[in-house]
Write a protein that binds this ligand. Structure first.
Ligand SMILES: Cc1cc2nc3c(=O)[nH]c(=O)nc-3n(C[C@H](O)[C@H](O)[C@H](O)COP(=O)(O)OP(=O)(O)OC[C@H]3O[C@@H](n4cnc5c(N)ncnc54)[C@H](O)[C@@H]3O)c2cc1C
Length: 489
């Protein structure tokens, strides 16, 4: 395991291939520091004894202690610990821990490479396990480039006027493959060691070129990262942990990129492309039951604080709102626990969380975010939007006015009231806050996609049989058992 500073030193050695603001930029550009800080925390937390048992796992490959973000889940306990770790780390950094994308992709790849080898006599799993050993020994940070730019949404990859709208293999050589295309919304690509690319959807038999998965260093020849950075507003004097976070998302372009075979984990196996896409999404939605529970709890805490400072904690509408919010936090987290407890072991040995519980939790989390913003805005009042700038609190003339008129509860220092409303403003009425609103809806898959998955994986025959039984209508099978829901595993 390495520390946050060792991670930073390694990222500093990557070659420049990041564009931002119309220019090629250094990875340590001030706009990216928040994201790097969050990623570094996932390294430092592994050494924090208060997270013992949560942030560190035992490798099934080497028996060594490893950062849990490099682990292939070997048990229900592993899944529960990953969820707990995600929640605890996320609450400290005010949202996304950013390192889950990579490990969620790797867990999916561990299953499909194993299946490909059994089905097609390939040796993807051997390659992948050699890669995994490096990931664990070097404690690599990875992201996941799944979402293709997709062109016209209704057309399949092969129907696009420009076939590069989905990342594809354009040449197979003895020593490797050449890929061309781009991935969108690619979080953390500027400050990870490796980018893991996987398919975004199910592929038809004639779409073999688009059924490709691989990993490569983030500064690999031919890779261009076109990045957008988000971070809360920087403070002048009222410093706080929330100003030190941030995230980057990119369109990652793969321009005729060569990938040696040892880095290729799927190439042309169309039946497994969709399975890998589903498995990554499933693991990632399970991660969301940790991070989104944390984000919802942050909103709950902020709303409760706003109520306290405004002196309205006893108002019934406030209590009802807070009760609703607590319930959402608990339901999101509970869905992840239920998904872990009902996990199944794939043939590769990797544990897979229950699909419907993961999707139900992620869907609830995505849809609830708008009511959480609404609750905090409603209880905090308009000041969350109209709060004068920090400098007005230190100006000789306006400072005393601000100290006097920020006051609500006379027992709470003016600075704390200022700090609270500054936080609410940063959370909601900033570029960062607006970006988080869309992140929480779409990141990890939009609620509409979870609905599709929930409908697909639900055992509605069993539900109908219960109704038939009650109505005295004959049916086949039994209703006396609960279904295990992995129709596609
Ligand atoms: C902040 C953030 C971070 C992200 N990070 C990552 C990441 O690190 N890695 C990664 O791979 N992805 C990432 N994503 C991508 C995320 O998974 C996608 O945003 C999500 O899957 C939706 O895809 P899209 O944004 O392309 O939306 P679109 O597919 O453009 O969807 C727009 C609308 O069109 C509808 N639609 C789309 N296709 C069809 C169709 N065929 N028929 C009918 N309706 C259709 C959708 O339902 C939706 O209503 C991130 C997204 C966000 C917002």
């Amino acid at each position: 395991m390495i520390t946050g500073d060792q991670y930073r030193e390694r990222i500093a050695k990557l070659k420049d291939n990041v564009y931002m603001g119309g220019k090629i930029v250094d990875r340590f550009d001030p706009r990216m520091l928040g994201g790097i800080n969050v990623m570094a925390a996932t390294y430092d937390n592994a050494f924090d004894s208060e997270y013992e048992g949560v942030g560190v796992a035992t490798s099934h490959l080497t028996g060594e202690k490893i950062n849990r973000f490099c682990h292939i889940h070997q048990s229900v306990e592993d899944l529960l610990n990953k969820q707990k770790m995600t929640r605890l780390y996320s609450q400290e950094v005010g949202g996304c821990t950013q390192r889950c994308m990579g490990i969620d992709a790797l867990n999916g790849i561990s299953i499909v490479t194993h299946e490909a080898d059994r089905k097609y006599g390939t040796n993807y799993n051997e390659r992948f396990m050699a890669f995994m050993k490096r990931v664990q020994e070097e404690d690599l940070s990875l992201n996941c480039a799944q979402t293709d730019v997709k062109g016209n949404r209704i057309w399949r990859p092969g129907q696009q006027k420009d076939p590069d709208q989905y990342l594809r293999v354009i040449e197979k050589r003895e020593d490797g493959i050449i890929v061309n295309g781009a991935k969108a919304h690619n979080s953390c690509s500027t400050y990870v060691d490796e980018i893991v690319a996987i398919p975004t959807r199910h592929m038809m038999e004639d779409e073999a070129d688009w059924a490709v998965a691989f990993s490569l260093p983030a500064d690999w020849e031919g890779v261009t990262i076109i990045n957008a950075a988000y971070y809360p507003p920087k403070r002048v004097a009222l410093h706080c942990p929330y100003e030190n976070v941030g995230i980057g998302h990119s369109i990652t372009v793969f321009d005729h990129v060569f990938i040696p075979w040892e880095r290729v984990f799927l190439c042309g196996e169309t039946d497994l492309a969709g399975k890998l896409a589903l498995l990554f999404a499933l693991y990632h939605r399970h991660s969301y039951t940790g991070c989104k529970a944390a984000l919802s709890e942050i909103f709950t805490g902020a709303t409760a604080l706003a109520a306290e400072y405004n002196g309205i904690t006893k108002a019934q509408h406030v209590r009802h709102k807070l009760a609703d919010m607590v319930q959402i936090v608990d339901l999101i987290f509970a869905s992840g626990i239920a998904a872990a407890v009902n996990a199944v072991r794939a043939d590769s040995g990797t544990y897979v969380p229950d699909t419907n519980y993961c999707n139900a939790g992620r869907m609830l989390a995505g849809e609830a975010i708008y009511s959480e913003y609404e609750a905090l805005a409603a209880i905090a009042g308009g000041l969350a939007a109209t709060l004068p700038g920090e400098a007005e609190f230190s100006n000789e003339k306006t400072g005393p006015y601000m100290e006097k008129y920020i006051m609500r509860d006379p027992d709470i220092p003016a600075e704390n009231q200022h700090r609270a409303f500054r936080l609410f403003q940063d959370m909601m009425a900033s570029t960062w806050g607006g970006h988080k609103l869309i992140d929480a809806l779409h990141g990890g898959g939009s609620p509409v996609i979870e609905k599709v998955a929930i409908y697909r994986d639900a055992d509605l025959e069993r539900s109908k049989n219960i109704a038939k039984k009650l109505g005295g209508i004959p049916f086949e099978g039994t209703t006396k058992k609960l279904t295990r829901r992995f129709p596609w595993l």
